[in-house]
Design a protein around this ligand. Structure first.
Ligand code: EPU
Length: 338
């Protein structure tokens, strides 16, 4: 276990915001985490657990302890005729886990290639892309209670997964730390490429294999999404809003090409990127922050921005979308105030 004081978080958030934390602690095992939970440091200070820092925005220095898992390990723990269960430790880089699965031919996470971040964060916001969500393969999430230090396992059902959502973002927010995640994968993966842009990209490949799907997803992401080391960003800044079918039908009269994804008989999800683009924000700068030119859902730090600069741009965008479409955009990124 390592503890640092007055620690710069610049390399721990993909937005590239230059803030610090009073303490930064990295642990290597469940035992160390339990020891930490029972320590005076955590009893006397507020704390926040982070993963790869790819879905948060620091607004000011953090007056407390930032925790980070360095737990490693990717192991096949169960095998049946058609499936394998792979356990991955929270500190593994998510894309290393995807690469491991694709190399072995295990199917179920290949469309989630190159999503930034670490394994421990995947169940929290039920990461998803190109028609796949991690909820469809997670069987179990092992956690430690921050109140008691006890280990608890959550079944898939107990995680209450939904679009970019789980029990860990709601009723149990801040109450458990994820230590290991169990994923059930097909031994011989069958590629799923029915998501529009992926289906199109796959036409470039002679064969639809898991590794070609991975390559295609990586190519699309690299084309559309800014590289955080070059342009600080946290991927999608907003959730795609869910609106009523009747509101969607009336919007279609003015915007006949407005895409949608069905949520239920009465509701659809519409791409926030489309709404933001139609408000004229795509590629626009406001001081040292901007809306990405290839995907309007992504806000970028052009260099030297702080959290408030991003929030001010976000407020302007939300107001435009509210006025033009009567739709409220909700940030997907976690805003962390000192
Ligand atoms: N669109 C626009 N303008 C834009 C961006 C998108 O008109 O600037 C339209 C596109 O033309 C397309 C539709 O919106 O018809 C969907 O675009 P895209 O496939 O890029 O997906 P998205 O709905 O904008 C979601 C996820 C992404 C994920 C992609 C692919 C959310 C909040 N975002 O974006 O996730 O990569 O689907 O599955 O659900 C992330 O969370 O960081 C992230 C990048």
């Amino acid at each position: 276990m390592k503890t640092y004081e007055n620690y710069s978080l610049l390399n721990n958030n993909t937005f590239g915001i230059d803030v610090s934390a009073n303490y930064f602690v990295e642990y290597d095992s469940v035992e160390e985490l339990v020891q930490l939970i029972n320590s005076d440091l955590l009893k006397e200070n507020k704390f926040l657990h982070i993963g790869g820092g790819s879905n948060l925005l620091f607004v000011g220095d953090y007056q407390g302890v930032i925790l980070h898992s360095k737990m490693k390990g990717i192991d096949v723990v169960e095998t049946t005729k058609d499936t394998v269960v792979v356990r991955a430790a929270s500190g593994e880089i998510w894309d290393d886990f995807v690469a491991f699965c694709v190399n072995k031919g295990y199917g179920g996470v290949e469309n989630l290639s190159l999503i930034p971040g670490e394994v421990g964060a995947t169940p929290i916001q039920n990461i998803g892309a190109y028609g796949m969500e991690v909820k469809d393969v997670i069987t179990k999430v092992e956690c430690v209670s921050v109140e008691t230090g006890d280990i608890k396992e959550f079944t898939n059902k107990e995680c209450k997964f939904a679009y970019r959502d789980s029990v860990f973002k709601r009723e149990l927010k801040g109450k458990y730390i994820v230590t290991n995640v169990y994923y059930k994968l097909k031994k011989v993966g069958v590629p799923q490429i029915n998501y529009g842009s992926l289906e199109e990209e796959m036409k470039k490949y002679p064969e639809v294999t898991l590794s070609n799907v991975r390559k295609a997803v990586i190519d699309i992401r690299q084309r559309k999404l800014p590289e955080p080391k070059v342009w600080g960003n946290a991927g999608s800044f907003y959730l795609n809003p869910v609106i009523s079918k009747s509101q969607y039908d009336s919007l279609l009269k003015e915007y006949p090409e407005l895409p949608c994804y069905k949520v239920s008989e009465k509701e659809v999800k519409v791409p926030a990127g489309y709404l933001i683009e139609k408000c004229g924000w795509k590629g626009k700068s406001q001081g040292n922050v901007a809306v990405h030119g290839s995907q309007a859902l992504v806000l970028i730090n052009k260099g030297g921005a702080d959290g408030l600069d991003i929030i001010n741009l976000s407020d302007s965008i939300r107001q435009s979308v509210r006025e033009k479409f009567q739709i409220e955009l909700t940030p997907e990124v976690n805003l962390i105030f000192g």
